[in-house]
Design a protein around this ligand. Structure first.
Ligand SMILES: NC(=O)c1ccc[n+]([C@@H]2O[C@H](COP(=O)([O-])OP(=O)(O)OC[C@H]3O[C@@H](n4cnc5c(N)ncnc54)[C@H](O)[C@@H]3O)[C@@H](O)[C@H]2O)c1
Ligand SMILES: O=c1ccn([C@@H]2O[C@H](COP(=O)(O)OP(=O)(O)O[C@H]3O[C@H](CO)[C@@H](O)[C@H](O)[C@H]3O)[C@@H](O)[C@H]2O)c(=O)[nH]1
Length: 329
């Protein structure tokens, strides 16, 4: 019995691989290393460098490793990039997920966990947003993920495997033991960008939009620590293996922070007063989105351990410092 983690060399996937190997699971990673890194993968896991769209490779990896569960992180993740390159996003996120689902069905893999996103809701009408809210993605990225959720529902009904589609809100922070973190080159995520600015890796940070209908006019997001997120996947894996029914669940804390609040926190925790420019809105960005976590707590018994923006930022900064040292070597 082993777990196939696609995208296990990436930011969230590398934390998941550590979480699984810490729990004594056999893990095989499939990653094409476009944005991920082989060095980020826990040494106990094995890496197959390849693409999720390669059905022959998937058949082989699933067969040879006795895979009973797939955790599917591989994909393209930048909302504005998806607006500029929608077909690239539909290919990497939707078409290749279809191939992976086909391989799972052919290989008799019974359990499937999928990285979905809060972006499937667009700008919700109510806060916090529950899983039953209208699905109205505002970007090709969000639509590419929603289509995969739909394929999973249809394929599960036809072929009998079970799945959990976990809709992540904004993932941030790093492994508290310092073993991995967000290493993405040219990252666009707010907390990562702010940490890079605080450490002098960037000259400044630009706030994208100051005229949103929020308290201070900047975008509001629900930032979840990556360790709590991967723990939710561990809970979901146990739940599916124990015979739980298909589950679609939000992964967030249930409260949000504005861009300016995040910037202030990074400045305070780092002690660096980096330059901040005010700019126009970024294409595809909703104004505010905050999770209801009622369902995931009820169904999986999920209990967050790092629900604290200062702690998230501190761990992200610590990882960023280790990247600076790594690049200096
Ligand atoms: N970071 C967030 O805030 C966030 C929020 C919601 C959902 N997600 C989802 O979580 C997942 C992981 O995101 P991340 O932040 O770790 O991104 P990431 O870019 O660090 O990781 C993605 C990994 O997938 C690999 N990959 C990409 N396309 C592939 C392909 N076709 N075949 C094989 N490997 C491939 C990359 O090399 C990388 O290692 C994504 O599916 C993303 O949509 C992320
Ligand atoms: O330099 C920056 C970067 C971001 N922002 C703002 O900060 C907020 C958060 O942006 P970002 O960190 O880029 O995340 P999102 O665009 O919200 O998207 C993330 O969170 C989604 C779930 O909510 C995931 O699906 C996506 O994969 C992931 O990139 C938004 O209001 C942005 O406009 C800035 O103002 N300046």
């Amino acid at each position: 019995m082993s777990v196939l983690v696609t995208g296990g060399g990436g930011y969230i996937g590398s934390h998941m691989v550590w979480h699984l190997t810490d729990a004594g699971e056999d893990v095989v990673v499939l990653d094409n290393l476009t944005t991920g890194f082989d060095w980020a993968i826990a040494p106990e896991a094995s890496l197959v460098q390849g693409d999720c769209g390669d059905l022959d490779l998937l058949d082989r990896v699933i067969g040879e490793n006795g895979v009973d569960a797939i955790v599917h992180f591989a994909g393209s993740i930048v909302v504005p990039e998806s607006v500029a390159d929608p077909l690239g996003y539909y290919l990497n996120n939707t078409v290749k997920s279809r191939t992976l689902i086909e391989a799972a069905v052919r290989g008799g893999v019974g359990n499937f966990i999928f990285s979905s996103t809060a972006a499937v809701y667009g700008t919700p009408e109510t806060y916090p947003v529950s899983e039953d809210a209208p699905l109205a993605p505002e970007s090709p990225y969000g639509r590419s993920k929603l289509m995969t959720e739909m394929m999973l529902a249809d394929a599960s009904a036809a072929h009998g495997f079970t799945y959990a589609a976990l809709r992540y809100f904004n993932v941030a922070g790093a492994d508290p033991k310092g073993r991995t973190g967000q290493s993405t080159r040219g990252a666009t995520h707010l907390i990562k960008v702010a940490c890079e600015a605080a450490l002098g890796k960037r000259d400044s940070l630009t706030v994208f939009g100051t005229d949103y209908p929020t308290d201070d006019g900047t975008g509001v997001r629900d930032y979840i620590h990556v360790s709590d997120l991967v723990a939710a996947h561990g809970d979901a894996l146990r739940y599916l293996r124990d015979g739980g029914a298909n589950l679609v669940a939000n992964c967030g804390y249930g409260h949000g922070f504005s861009v300016l609040e995040v910037v202030e926190t990074v400045k305070r925790v780092s002690g660096d007063d980096f330059r901040v420019d005010l700019g126009p809105r970024r294409p595809g960005d909703p104004a505010a989105i905050v999770a209801s976590r009622e369902r995931i707590s009820r169904e999986l018994g999920w209990q967050p351990r790092f629900d604290d923006l200062d702690a998230i930022v501190a761990s992200a900064l610590k990882w960023e410092e280790s990247l600076v040292r790594r690049n200096q070597r």
